[in-house]
Every structure is written in structure tokens, then in C-alpha cells.
Design a protein. Structure first.
Lengths: 114, 114
């Protein structure tokens, strides 16, 4: 059974704090992604990574950074959290290949920045 | 600029009837389309996909239709069941290989009424 896990389901932080969101997958997938989901906006891609130590900006990378030191782990970092980063954060992974690119999602982390 | 559009924020359907969820896209480079289903407080789960070389893909109660000339796809669920009540996201990929992130629509909240 494929699994993508996220370190926290709910998180409350204060403005200006440094926040780490961790994601781990056990499927040996090369590709990993971070999205945020906001009401009325759907899912928006923040960053993705197609290999260890590789990262690419998505559609809304501002205010975020990522780290991929190991294949199974992809971390999202909010260097200085702001209230507009209050959101549901979703991590996903997918295998490579041209015919199979469904992404498997974790349960999400609901982050509130006060 | 929204490249994947789901113009109906919500849809209410009677149990046993057909649910039709629509999605339009603007990027002609998209070559792979997916539908995800999301329950509250859970990550999205993959439902069904279709490659741009096909116009129909069926999996049990779920069928996705693709009209490339109209840049339109639809998800049909028949018969609709109470457990189908969820938010449905249409997503598209331009690389076919899954290394890049998916572009999601804003979602349609499907409500199945008894």
C-alpha cells in the first residue's frame, strides 16, 4: 500500500517564525511536490523535485524554500511565516515515466499563522 | 491566467442519477488529464485519467471524456452514490512524464442527495 506521510496534520505558528513541513514517501518515487490548497483557488504548485538535491519552482514559490537531501524526504520551509501563508499544504509524489504520472498525495498539513 | 477551469463550484445530484463534472483548459500543450477526489481533511486521491490520444476512458462507474478540439473534458459518474460526495479536481500535465507538477482546477463540490 503506497504511502505519503506528512509530519503534522495541524500546526499553529506565529508570524515571523521559521516553519518546517516534512513529507516522506515509501514508494521510491523520484518526483515529489508541494502544493497549497485554498478555498476558491484549488491546488497550486509551490515547488517540486525530480531527484535528490534537485528542485524546481512551481507557480507560487515566493516565501518558500525546499530541501531534498534524501530520495524519500521532501521538506517545505517557510523562512519567516506570514498570515497569508495560512493554508492547507499537500505533499505528493509520483514515479517517472511517460505513461504513468498520477500523483499520490499525503493527508495534508493545515497550517495557521497567527 | 487560469489554465484549467472548473466553472461550477458545486453540483447537487440525486442518488442513483448521473453526475457530470466539467473541466475546460486553455493550454494546448496539455497531453494528460486526471481527476482527483478529495474528502475534507484528507489529501486528494487519484480517480481516473486520460491521455490526449484518447477520447474516452472508463473505469467502473467513472468515465472521462476528452474533446480536444473544444479543450474540454468531463467526468461522468453513474449511478451516483452517497460516498461520491466530495470535491473533485480536474488536473492537467504538459510533460506526460510526471516530472513537472500538475495544474489543477479550483474544484467542484459534488453533493449527492438521498
Amino acid at each position: 500500500d503506497v504511502k505519503v506521510t506528512q509530519s503534522s496534520r495541524y500546526l499553529v505558528k506565529r508570524t515571523g517564525e521559521k516553519v518546517f513541513l516534512e513529507c516522506v514517501q515509501d514508494m521510491d518515487h523520484e518526483n515529489m511536490f508541494w502544493y497549497r490548497q485554498d478555498p476558491g483557488l484549488g491546488l497550486r504548485l509551490i515547488y517540486f523535485s525530480y531527484d535528490v538535491k534537485m528542485k524546481e519552482k512551481g507557480d507560487i514559490p515566493e516565501g518558500y524554500s525546499v530541501s531534498r537531501e534524501k530520495k524519500e524526504r521532501f521538506s517545505l520551509i517557510l523562512e519567516s511565516a506570514s498570515t497569508n501563508q495560512t493554508s492547507m499544504y499537500l505533499c505528493a509524489s509520483s514515479p517517472p515515466g511517460t505513461s504513468y504520472n498520477e500523483q499520490f498525495f499525503g493527508p495534508g498539513t493545515r497550517l495557521t499563522v497567527l | 491566467d487560469q489554465q484549467v477551469k472548473q466553472n461550477s463550484p458545486s453540483l447537487s445530484v440525486q442518488e442513483g442519477r448521473i453526475s457530470i463534472l466539467n473541466c475546460d483548459y486553455t493550454n494546448s500543450m496539455f497531453d494528460y488529464f486526471l481527476w482527483y477526489k478529495k474528502y475534507p481533511a484528507e489529501g486528494p486521491t487519484f480517480l481516473i485519467s486520460i491521455s490526449s490520444i484518447k477520447d474516452k476512458n472508463e473505469d467502473g462507474r467513472f468515465t472521462v471524456f476528452l474533446n480536444k478540439s473544444a479543450k474540454h473534458l468531463s467526468l461522468h459518474i453513474v449511478p451516483s452514490q452517497p460516498g461520491d460526495s466530495a470535491v473533485y479536481f480536474c488536473a492537467a500535465s504538459a510533460d506526460g512524464g510526471g516530472a513537472d507538477g500538475l495544474t489543477f482546477g479550483k474544484g467542484t463540490h459534488l453533493i449527492i442527495q438521498p
